[in-house]
Design a protein. Structure first.
Length: 443
């Protein structure tokens, strides 16, 4: 994508002068004498800015601006005004103009305003491209966002498993999105129109856990005046997500084992089992085989759940996905807070991709929320020095991560990448070659 300036004025001398000024500044510029000619060149993905005089025969500049903003409300439009047009300039700014120039304008000021407008346009189109890549995916890809190998493999596994009735165990660090994977499994399965019941096993009250899960009949104990259905019964036909299943007491684990094996539950106070048509998806932040070895988890329940195991990768293993994720999370935050989707500079995305997120996606979501709300970012923690790694090795790794993040943020486009990094095109090529980075991997 190359920047472009479209200049509209019915005076030939002004058109020639403006184009020469912009070209001498290294900018690509085209001049036309009528508003209709300019409109024919505009599109939603027009990679530049529009500059128009206000007073022209036929369609005037104000009408042209309104028509252009109908094509793309985010297009920077710069209005050129004559003496006595101050009120019109103010009205144009209210109607959506990016800026205005008053004749006769200083050529250096024209270049300065245009450069700022082009920076804004480039940022808008880059953010739009990222958002399109996020929203243009199928159901599973839209939920499990990322282009790294670990995420491609995870989506393939979820797609393969979703159509089956197999119970699933999800392992992953805190904040890696285990519930997101479970919901993607449910939404892609034949059970998608039935309930998805999330049970946080660590939050269940110990003295009421059996009632919460299995329910009770009227008269089962003092105060049980009517029958109550448990959470498992509420999931009939759907999916039960057992989060932090390793936190369950051993006696409750035994009852779960019976429910999973027989697909039946017996409410408290009843002798009649109830059929249970559900799929179980369990999750644990710690390896359950270690819990089994430590005597904290039943081996028979582990092997029953371990039909299919999926792993939620931490952000440290998918750093190149962070820009896409940040944009997606920022859009979600903007919707929650009823704010417009924000423009996110490539430098912001590159900085996010270079950080270590110990809280994984959950921590990244908090950062996106703060960004949308206009709050200052929390200072990144001091990174630990890798044992035995020399300073040059650590610097090279950090440099590679920053360049990869910037390429990912711009979809592999070189010009916005080297501009965001503040280096020359030649330097970017050399560093990409040095670190084995291929732009096609980021498009």
């Amino acid at each position: 994508m190359s920047d472009e300036v479209l200049f509209v004025d019915d005076e030939e001398e002004l058109r020639f002068s403006a184009v020469q000024t912009l070209k001498l500044a290294g900018l690509s510029a085209t001049a036309v004498l009528e508003a209709e000619m300019a409109l024919s060149r505009l599109a939603r993905d027009f990679p530049g800015v529009l500059i128009t005089d206000i007073r022209m025969p036929g369609m005037d500049g104000m009408t042209l601006m309104r028509r252009a903003l109908e094509i793309d409300p985010a297009l920077p439009v710069i209005i050129v005004t004559g003496n006595g047009d101050v009120e019109l300039a103010v009205q144009a700014m209210r109607d959506g103009a990016y800026d205005f120039l008053e004749k006769p304008y200083d050529p250096a000021h024209l270049v300065q305003v245009v450069r700022r407008a082009l920076d804004k346009r480039r940022l808008t189109l880059e953010n739009r491209s990222l958002r399109n890549r996020v929203s243009g995916r199928d159901m599973i890809e839209a939920r499990l966002i990322g282009r790294t190998d670990v995420m491609v493999r995870l989506r393939e596994e979820v797609t393969a498993v979703a159509a089956t009735e197999a119970d699933v165990l999800i392992n992953g660090e805190t904040g890696t999105g285990k519930e997101v994977i479970a919901r993607a499994l449910h939404r892609a399965s034949p059970r998608s129109d039935k309930p998805f019941v999330h049970i946080n096993c660590a939050a269940l009250p110990r003295d009421l856990v059996e009632i919460e899960l299995f329910g009770h009949v009227a008269g089962a104990f003092s105060g049980a005046h009517r029958t109550r259905y448990g959470k498992l019964d509420h999931a009939r036909g759907g999916t039960v997500f057992l989060d932090e299943i390793d936190s369950l007491d051993m006696d409750v684990q035994a009852k779960f084992l019976q429910a999973i094996q027989s697909r039946q539950i017996t409410p408290l106070g009843s002798n009649d089992p109830v059929d249970l048509d559900v799929r179980f998806v369990a999750a644990s932040k710690d390896r359950l085989d270690d819990a089994v070895a430590g005597g904290r988890f039943r081996s028979d329940l582990y092997y029953r759940l371990n039909v299919v195991t999926l792993r939620a990768p931490p952000l440290s293993e998918r750093r190149a996905d962070i820009p896409l994720l940040f944009v997606h999370l920022a859009d979600e935050a903007a919707a929650r807070y009823k704010r417009p989707p924000p423009d996110i500079a490539p430098a912001v995305l590159a900085e996010a991709a270079s950080r270590d997120w110990s809280g994984n996606v959950r921590e990244l979501r908090n950062a996106a929320d703060r960004f949308v709300l206009g709050l200052p970012a929390e200072a990144p923690p001091v990174e630990a020095v890798a044992p035995g790694a020399s300073l040059p090795v650590q610097i090279a790794a950090h440099e590679r991560a920053l360049i990869a993040a910037a390429l990912s943020a711009t979809g592999g486009a070189l010009k916005p990448t080297y501009e965001a990094l503040g280096i020359s095109r030649k330097a970017l090529y050399e560093k990409m070659q040095k670190h084995g980075l291929d732009r096609s991997s980021f498009g």
